[in-house]
Design a protein around this ligand. Sequence first.
Ligand code: PLP
Length: 411
Amino acid sequence: MALVNENYLKLPGSYLFAEIARRVNAFQKDNAEAKIIRLGIGDVTRPLPEAVVSNLHKAVDEMTDAETFRGYGPEQGYQFLIEKIIQCDYAARGIKLDTDEVFVSDGSKSDTGNIQEIFGAENIIAVTDPVYPVYVDTNVMAGRSGELNDQGKWSKIVYIPCTAENNFIPSLPSEKVDIVYLCFPNNPTGTTITKEELKKWVDYAKANKVIILYDAAYEAYIQEDDVAHSIYEIEGAKEVAIEFRSFSKNAGFTGTRCAFTVVPKEVAAYTSTGAEVQLNKLWNRRQTTKFNGVPYIIQQGAAAVYSEEGQKQIKALISYYMTNAKIIREGVEALGLQVFGGVNAPYIWLKTPAGLDSWAFFDKLLSEANVVGTPGVGFGPSGQGYFRLTAFGSKENTEEAVQRLKNRLQL
Ligand code: PLP
């Protein structure tokens, strides 16, 4: 008799987006004429940059000729892309990496989800709260979570609240933890921490043999100088941190799929008898066994991001979304609401007006302004009383949505 992995049965259904869809559909049914604007999505809407498209076409043509056809590629990624990543994203910031420390993949979702496989089941996991749900759910699947309590917390996971009260700066855990997920710029709050704050985490990790899993999927949105683009800008981070980066949000690859993960050779964890093991070796073993690489065509598209034209075009994309972020931020501020994020990230996190929880504000926004956002509580208990708006819509829709908030929202 085959037994299932019962950890999967502990996972609640994907309540957040299903519930949003249910409420939007019900509203639309009763208000057929309402033109709903969605500022809730985390997906980009602008097309791929021309430089990327041009390289994709060339690579497709290469596949039509036996001389230039490519079959299975290296599981870790092609050297032409890895070298560009190292040169432009790391060496340019004074960070030295070897080519076997970068692993190209089909997404940061897969990598942040899969990375826990190389760690023992006994590890205590810590997450900032609110949080990108993948970190938590994949550890539930792996049996590291314990049970879900009625405040929406898993008994064995350590939650580090990030709220207006602590200015969204996570404090170092007071209890013992082994692995910490950090995400900056943050989804969902859109906030960042300074290099000085990040250094405290690196020092803490070194002192306590803790591993930091650093998700920098929104790195390209950083505008301020004192925010690190890579955790390896912080001294000592190569000994304790794994970094995840993606082409999804800087170059519109959400549907095209390409990302990479950096696992420096210095970063190590331990066996139960205390022997040190290089995580780079384990991740390489995992990837070469379970993953067959990102398509050549897609990696050629990603490589174009680093060309002169590509760099110009992705800057224009980011500037487009960041203009939307500014429009939302200033618009919501003008309503007298407290707003966070949106300066180094495409996410705006607002405090719901007194007396309204996240879902009550969702309903109000939908019914009065016909605008859809995401209730903060869907990202974790500390998200209660907050609400996420995203800058990934079109400029026209963003402007119209903000105008509606000003004209129609009764605060
Ligand atoms: N990490 C964070 C924090 C995200 O918000 C997302 C996507 O929304 C991802 C990772 C997924 O990135 P990818 O498209 O590379 O899988």
